[in-house]
Design a protein. Sequence first.
Length: 118
Amino acid sequence: MLSITSANRVLLCAAPTDMRRSFDTLAGMVRQHLGHDPLSGCWFVFRSRRGDRVKVLYWDRDGYALWYKRLEKGTFRFPATADGSAAVEVSAADLLMLLDGVDLKSVRRGERFTLAPT
């Protein structure tokens, strides 16, 4: 079971990933390919080439945690990167919708207040 909050930062890896990779290899991919620190507390999400499998890697206080899901039918639909970057940042709510089969392109969000950057 995943226990994610809105405070968690979620990064989806844009490139397909070999699902035989485990903790250390995925952490190395986070460093090399995504340019992030795997110990940062961010959740890093990797998708298989066919799109029917997903792995989530994150640091959980005293070690890596790895969550894995395989679909019997259908695919996970990751959003496309706008500028060709290696990762797409999404909210925790978006991750839960993605894992539940929702195509994020079809989601319409209502207008919300945000602070302007200073």
